[in-house]
Design a protein around this ligand. Structure first.
Ligand SMILES: C[S@@+](CC[C@H](N)C(=O)[O-])C[C@H]1O[C@@H](n2cnc3c(N)ncnc32)[C@H](O)[C@@H]1O
Length: 308
């Protein structure tokens, strides 16, 4: 298995200690521990993600047309690939059309990246995994430079919503050259989606990094909240906070961190978008052109094909 490392495990471990000290855990830690990977897989096996997978399946049938202007070999760079399950739908569709594909999954989670690489290799694709931080513009450029343009960029599973979407989509657009294509999805805001944010699978996923360092369920409470992002209409943010209900002494990588009763630890957040806000973000904010789009059968996700 070929994996190039731009972000080492030692760097992630150090950042985790610093994030705990700052009481603010960014997105990457929610896929880092084995417990988190398990909780994510459970969450991703739910009906909304299955419907999203069907959308990617529909888009896969269009993959040969989307890449018709590409030369013989099609480089596919997936930012936040996870286990690569959605990516492989596309890779398989291209292969069925007799196209050669080089696959570049990019992720900070060693476990998920290894899964993406191994599963694609099992299907005889040429693969180079990149262990990188996709919140870093520098890592995005380095990861995309691993392949020659024109290339097909992918970002699935509302990965965009785990970051500040204003910055993230601009940084991704900056990696694109003429002829490149981007397929990106986002979760659609609805009152029902907002009402369902606090459910047992989401709570387990949110709590997994803390459970991995010995925090018990009755040590505190996870609270979900939905807010508007006032920078643009139609952008909503689900935030999660852990409220300590007793004094905690947590050992992280040999360092003791004390969390006092009443303190809060901010956790990863997720954006939801109205379709209009998603279009605005892609077309007006990042100056991409939306060539086509698919809405999942349950109306929960929107997936767009873009050029720059
Ligand atoms: C919402 S999941 C989506 C995974 C996959 N694309 C899917 O649709 O199943 C987000 C992915 O981004 C990765 N990720 C989160 N923060 C990251 C970061 N800062 N750098 C690189 N990968 C990150 C996670 O490990 C996870 O695999």
């Amino acid at each position: 298995m070929n994996i190039e490392v731009l972000l080492t495990e030692a760097e992630i471990a150090q950042e985790f200690v610093e994030s705990m000290e700052a009481r603010d855990l960014p997105e990457k830690f929610f896929y880092w521990f084995p417990l988190s990977v398990r909780a994510w897989r459970e969450l991703a096996s739910g009906e909304p993600h299955r419907n999203l997978e069907r959308s990617w399946d529909i888009l896969s049938s269009k993959a040969p047309a989307i890449t018709a202007h590409f030369p013989a070999v099609i480089p596919v760079v997936s930012f936040g690939s996870g286990d690569g399950a959605k990516d492989r739908l596309l890779l398989q569709a291209l292969k069925r059309e007799g196209k050669l594909v080089k696959y570049f999954p990019v992720d900070a989670s060693q476990t998920l990246l290894e899964t993406a690489c191994a599963a694609a290799e099992d299907e005889d694709f040429e693969v180079l995994g990149l262990k990188a931080d996709i919140s870093s513009p520098m890592h995005l450029v380095l990861a995309s430079d691993a392949a020659e343009s024109p290339k097909l960029f992918l970002m699935s599973g509302n990965t965009l919503g785990g970051f500040d979407p204003f910055d993230q989509i601009r940084h991704i657009a900056e990696c694109m050259r003429g002829g490149d294509r981007l397929i990106i999805d986002a979760e659609i805001y609805s009152e029902q989606a907002a009402a369902e944010i606090d459910n047992p699978k989401s709570a387990k996923f949110a709590f997994a990094p803390l459970a991995s360092i010995g925090v018990q369920e009755d040590d505190g409470q996870i609270r979900f909240e939905i807010k508007r992002d006032e920078r643009h209409a139609g952008m909503y943010l689900i935030t999660k906070r852990f409220h300590a209900q007793r004094d905690l002494r947590i050992s992280v990588s040999g360092e003791e961190i004390q969390v006092a009763r009443g303190e809060r630890i901010f956790m990863n957040f997720r954006y939801l978008f109205t379709p209009e806000a998603f279009h605005w973000l892609l077309e007006k904010h990042a100056r991409l052109a939306v060539l086509s789009e698919v809405i999942s059968a349950d109306g929960a996700f929107i997936t767009a094909v873009c050029s720059c």
